[in-house]
Design a protein around this ligand. Structure first.
Ligand SMILES: Nc1ncnc2c1ncn2[C@@H]1O[C@H](COP(=O)(O)OP(=O)(O)O)[C@@H](O)[C@H]1O
Ligand SMILES: CCCC(=O)OP(=O)(O)O
Length: 360
């Protein structure tokens, strides 16, 4: 049987997106949801490996696909060591760091692990593309003010880079000739200045920058320290408050921006204040990143699920349009971006990278 398909795997906190590509064509895509009760059985995210892998294999089987039809498997890459952007072959050294969670726990750590395990059944290659740990920071961006805690490049690199490439193409320009600010507005928010294609700074969606549907963003640090030492919360509880139960969830009890808009339309003043505050913080972060680019910005791009929201994007647009034109690219197409990364390697347009040769 000819090997003509690429299997793409994108593990998220509550679901695993899977897609089958034939060349550029997305033949089949599915969001495999995982019940909270199922995921709660596992202590660590990487412990979910076998469970999620089996669900993917069952799905392939139920759709009538055989692994012998696949030429590669690609997964979203996780919190590895800081590394350049690109397409990476999944190696044993990479698997080891994904399992440890060398820069932290995240569902995307499962991407490479599951991809390699499925690819190994057939002896084909497994890849990851533009992982969360892509680090193209200028050194000055690493300085935080406390030497023990450097600022880290952790971001929605896969979607940000893919969207930036598409915008450059539409502008009939090479990404390396443009300065862009891309704001990925999803469950977490990354605001990224791209200087001639290089992602030279970002807020770190899990710890700083604007609050988001489910994360707190940057907080007054003294008060955080007091809360941590108050004896009222365990480490796990604090972590959950910061990520999962922060942002819109904390103020309004939902991570769904559409729900919030419904509340606003029904006259809920608190919902209006909080939603606008999220827009305010996003705009403020875009302003900060414009400064990083010395004001030389060709376009500001709003992407991710919340970029679908006219209410939110109009609010942000009004505050930042003085910097550069605002382009809307709602939603994300990480599955497409994963496949493109593999195709670039297969076509010879890009050389595949080896993790242990690239990381410091
Ligand atoms: N049409 C829409 N209008 C407003 N918000 C939306 C719309 N579609 C999705 N969203 C919001 O986008 C957020 C999720 O974005 P998404 O990019 O899918 O997140 P994730 O980071 O989980 O991939 C949610 O808050 C969701 O409510
Ligand atoms: C740290 C940036 C990556 C990230 O937060 O991804 P998700 O929003 O998918 O959790």
């Amino acid at each position: 049987m000819a090997r003509e398909y690429v299997l793409a795997i994108n593990p998220g906190s509550t679901s695993t997106k899977v897609a089958i590509f034939k060349g550029n064509e997305n033949v089949l895509q599915k969001n495999l949801s995982h019940a909270t009760e199922e995921l709660d059985k596992f202590e660590k995210i990487t412990d979910q490996f076998e469970y999620r892998k089996n669900i993917i294999l069952d799905w392939l089987n139920s759709e009538g696909y055989d692994l012998s039809q696949f030429k590669a498997v690609v997964g979203r890459g996780g919190l590895l060591k800081p590394m350049p952007s690109g397409t990476y072959k999944v190696t044993d050294a990479m698997i080891q760091d994904l399992k440890i969670g060398i820069q932290g726990e995240h569902a995307s750590n499962l991407g490479g692990i599951i991809a390699k395990s499925i690819a190994d059944i057939e002896g084909i290659d497994a890849f990851i593309v533009d992982p969360v740990a892509v680090d193209e920071f200028d050194d000055i961006a690493r300085i935080s003010g406390m030497p023990e805690i450097p600022r880290r490049s952790l971001l929605h690199a896969l979607n940000v880079r893919a969207v930036a490439y598409n915008v450059a193409k539409e502008m009939d320009k090479n990404i390396n000739d443009l300065n862009l600010i891309v704001a990925h507005l999803g469950g977490g928010i990354s605001v990224v200045p791209l200087k001639k294609g290089k992602m030279i700074d970002t807020n770190n969606a899990n710890e700083m920058g604007p609050f988001s549907p489910e994360r707190v963003g940057g907080l007054p640090v003294g008060d955080v320290v007091k809360m941590c030492f108050s004896g009222k919360y365990t480490f796990a509880e604090i972590k959950k408050k910061m990520r999962g139960k922060g942002g819109l969830v904390a103020y309004l009890g939902t991570n769904d921006a559409r729900e919030v808009e419904k509340m606003i339309k029904e006259g809920n003043e608190k919902a209006k204040l909080i939603y606008e505050a999220m827009g305010y913080q996003i705009a403020k972060e875009i302003g900060a990143m414009a400064t990083v680019l010395c004001g030389d910005v060709d376009a500001i791009v709003l992407t991710g699920g919340i970029a679908h929201s006219k209410m939110l994007t109009d609010y942000v647009k009004e505050m930042v349009e003085f910097i550069a034109p605002v382009i809307l690219k709602p939603g994300e197409d990480e599955m497409w971006a994963l496949n493109q990364g593999v195709l670039r390697v297969f076509s010879g347009e890009e050389k595949v990278k080896i993790y242990e040769e690239e990381v410091k």
